[in-house]
Each structure stands twice: as structure tokens, then as C-alpha cells.
Design a protein around this ligand. Structure first.
Ligand code: GDP
Ligand code: MN
Length: 393
């Protein structure tokens, strides 16, 4: 689950990281009010930023500076309602604009291959890190935190020096690197990213100028499996920006991931679902989705799963592969019949059900004239052939 920037910034603040003040507005008038407060309190300019869960808002025109209340209101009017990569902007973040000297990238993320938390930094901040990784991979510095002891000070210092943040910024950079790891752990996050982390020019009330590191942007992705431990964070989910299929799958308790192929897969168990996808590929087809209906699924859940699969217009054939344990084959078979009754369009289906109540399932499916398969290989081949016929037709 992705968090909006203003929520992510709250988590960074809570972890003790330096984030400039901000507020959130939903109308141009609110933008004007908030901007005039910051300008009155000494800000030279304000920044108005679209709050949408996609990257590259800056490039898309969703981040703009304003030097007066009038300008802020106009900028707010331009950004609110704007379409950024298919998402309508409903909220903006308003903040005193930072006077940026240089921009860095700093993030903590889960490195599954290394089974550790990875802290990544780059002196080439502000731009998309994927671009840096592709063009100049050597410009990204990586250190792994110890699974029990966390990120050591010496590691954080090495990272800071490698980014050119030695000297006056060293202490702050070390605290930032360690803070990102702490923030990731505290919230069961997969990613805590600051881009840009910026050296900004700050003017104290007495007029003296100094430089400081500030987190100007924040992106946090939470591990969905950790959400039950964080009901307050789970409540921040932005349903307006979620893919309707994902929301429906979650509501039904189904584990569903849409893929690019044309063979819909309905399977019980994540491992079996992966195997099924492999066999579809081996038979020369491409799975349209990963779908685990879970153990003990009843007829209504099967029907819900079928609706999800059929909602994808690319699906040309459906492969149902059930290994009955606590899931009863006859329940699934009844669910399939119910689903077919509600089906909005005709899509060939191949069903393989083994295990608990497989014999009852076979009788039900036969009576309803479903195409069945004896083995998983057989089922995959039949589904791929059916999809080919549908594509040719
Ligand atoms: P993103 O494009 O979605 O990643 O949005 P960011 O918040 O990272 O903003 C994009 C760019 O806008 C940054 O890299 C900065 O160059 C610029 N920007 C963002 N906030 C400020 C600010 O407070 N002051 C100034 N001068 N520029 C900013
Ligand atoms: Mn950014």
C-alpha cells in the first residue's frame, strides 16, 4: 500500500527526520490562505504539490512554485483537478518553498535477494532513480543493514562520504540514513524514499544564513501483510486511487494480481497458483493473472473470483485448478456453475479438481457440461488451445 506524500512525511517526522512544515488543501481558496500564512511568516515563495500516488509529478506539471497569495491560488486552481497519469488531483500539499542548493536521493528498502534492509543513496537526486540505475549504476551507493543490529554508524558515515555529505552535513546524513531504516521497521514498510533529500539554504530570524539537509519529498510503501499491526496506517488507504479490481479482490479476501496474458487462472494456494502459471507458460500460453482463492473457499467466493477474472477484457480462456484439502471440490464446482450463470460473456473454461470431494465435483461438472482435465498438464494445454481458438475466431 502506497502512502500519499503528506502521510509519508508524517512518518518521517515521527522518526525524527528533518521535514519542512506543510499543510494540505483541497480548494484554491485554501491554497491561498495557507500560502499567505507561510509568506507572512517569512517564506520567500511557497511550493504547491499534487498529492497523487504516482511518481514524476514534477515533470507532469504537478509541482509549482508561487511568490504571492494570488499566484498560489492560481497555481492551486491549475493543479487541483489536473489529470496526472490518469489520476485526478483532489488534494495539494502547500509548503514554504525550500531554497535548494543540491539534491540527493536516499532510501531504505527491503532487498529480498540479500534478505536485508538496503540503504541506497545517490548524489544525483531529484531525477527518477530508475533512470540513474539504468544509465549510471555506479552513481548509486548501497549498504545493507545488519538484521539484528541495524545500520552501523560506520556504514552510515561511509554512505555519507560516498555521497559527498562529509563535513558539516555528516551528522545529519548519518541520522537520516539510520532514521530511514528505523522508519521502515517501525511501520513495516517495504520502501521509505526521500527524493530529493536536499541541501537547502536557511535564514535564521537574526538574518544569518546556514545550510541544512531537508527531506523535500517522501514516498512510503507499506507491506500489506504488516497492515493488521497498523490499523491507523491501514485507514489511510486511498480508495479513490486504487485499481477497482484490487479493491474488489481485497474486499473478497482474494489474493489477485493482474498480468498481461489472456488465460485467466483460478487456483487455491499461492504455490499451486505459481505452478499453474508456469505450466500455462510451458504449454505456450500467457497467464492473465495470479489468483489464490485461499483455503476453504465456498461457492460465493469462487463466483467472486470468476467475476474478477472476467473483468479483464484480455481473458480468452479460464483455467481452474483446485487441489481439495480444506477446500471442497463440490463447493468449487457449485461456485463455478453459479459464476457461469452470472457470466457477462462466454469464455471457454477448463476445470481440474482433485482431492477432497473430487468425485462429487466431477459429477456436478459433467452434468453441467464443463470441460474437465485429468492432469494439470492436460488442463494447461486445453486452456491454451481454447485461448488460441478464441483468438483465431
Ligand atoms: P516528484 O516529481 O513527484 O518526485 O515530486 P518532488 O516533490 O520530488 O518535486 C520535484 C522537483 O520539484 C524536485 O526535485 C525539486 O527540484 C522541485 N521542488 C520540490 N519542492 C521544492 C521546493 O520546496 N523548492 C524548490 N525550489 N523546488 C522544489
Ligand atoms: Mn520526488
Amino acid at each position: 500500500m502506497k502512502l500519499q506524500e503528506f502521510h509519508a512525511k508524517s512518518l518521517l517526522r515521527a522518526a525524527g527526520l528533518p521535514v519542512p512544515p506543510w499543510s494540505v488543501a483541497t480548494t484554491p481558496a485554501e491554497v491561498r490562505q495557507q500560502a499567505s500564512d507561510y509568506l507572512r511568516d517569512g517564506a520567500g515563495r511557497v511550493v504547491v504539490k499534487a498529492q497523487v500516488l504516482v511518481g514524476g509529478r514534477g515533470k507532469a506539471g504537478g509541482v509549482k512554485l508561487a511568490a504571492s497569495a494570488d499566484e498560489a491560488e492560481a497555481v492551486g486552481r491549475a493543479i487541483l483537478g489536473m489529470d496526472i497519469k490518469g489520476i485526478t488531483v483532489r488534494r495539494v500539499l502547500v509548503a514554504p518553498a525550500a531554497d535548494i542548493v543540491s539534491e540527493f536521493y536516499l532510501a531504505a528498502t527491503l532487498d529480498r535477494a540479500a534478505q536485508r534492509i538496503l540503504v541506497m543513496g545517490s548524489a544525483e537526486g531529484g531525477v527518477e532513480i530508475e533512470q540513474v540505475a539504468a544509465q549510471r549504476p555506479e552513481a548509486i551507493v548501497r549498504v545493507h543493514a545488519h538484521p539484528l543490529l541495524g545500520l552501523f554508524d560506520f556504514q552510515a558515515r561511509e554512505l555519507a562520504f560516498a555521497l559527498g555529505l562529509g563535513g558539516t552535513h555528516l551528522r545529519s546524513a548519518v541520522a537520516l540514513a539510520k532514521g530511514l531504516v528505523a522508519c521502515l521497521l517501525a511501520n513495516d514498510a517495504d520502501l521509505v524514499e526521500v527524493n530529493p533529500l536536499a541541501i537547502v539554504r536557511e535564514r535564521a530570524p537574526d538574518g544569518t544564513e546556514g545550510l541544512a539537509l531537508q527531506c523535500l519529498d517522501a514516498k512510503v510503501t507499506l507491506d500489506d501483510s504488516g497492515l493488521p499491526r497498523h490499523p491507523d496506517l491501514a485507514a489511510l488507504r486511498d480508495l479513490d486511487e486504487e485499481d477497482p479490481t484490487d479493491a474488489a479482490a481485497r474486499a473478497e479476501g482474494l489474493s489477485f494480481i493482474k498480468l498481461a496474458g489472456n488465460i485467466g487462472c483460478m487456483v487455491n494456494g499461492a504455490g499451486l497458483a505459481m505452478t499453474t502459471m508456469d505450466l500455462v507458460q510451458r504449454a505456450g500460453g500467457q497467464p492473465a493473472n495470479f489468483l489464490d482463492i485461499g483455503g476453504g473457499a465456498r461457492a460465493d467466493k469462487v463466483a467472486a473470483a470468476m467475476r474478477l477474472i472476467l473483468a479483464d477484457p484480455n481473458v480468452q480462456a479460464i483455467l481452474v485448478n483446485i487441489f481439495g484439502g480444506i477446500t471442497r471440490g463440490d463447493e468449487v464446482a457449485r461456485g463455478l456453475i453459479e459464476a457461469r450463470g452470472q457470466q457477462s460473456r462466454e469464455v471457454p473454461m477448463v476445470v481440474r479438481i482433485v482431492g477432497t470431494n473430487a468425485r462429487e465435483a466431477a459429477a456436478i461438472l459433467e452434468a453441467a457440461a464443463f470441460e474437465t482435465a485429468s492432469s494439470l498438464d492436460d488442463a494447461a494445454e486445453k486452456a491454451v488451445a481454447a485461448a488460441r481458438r478464441a483468438t483465431a475466431a
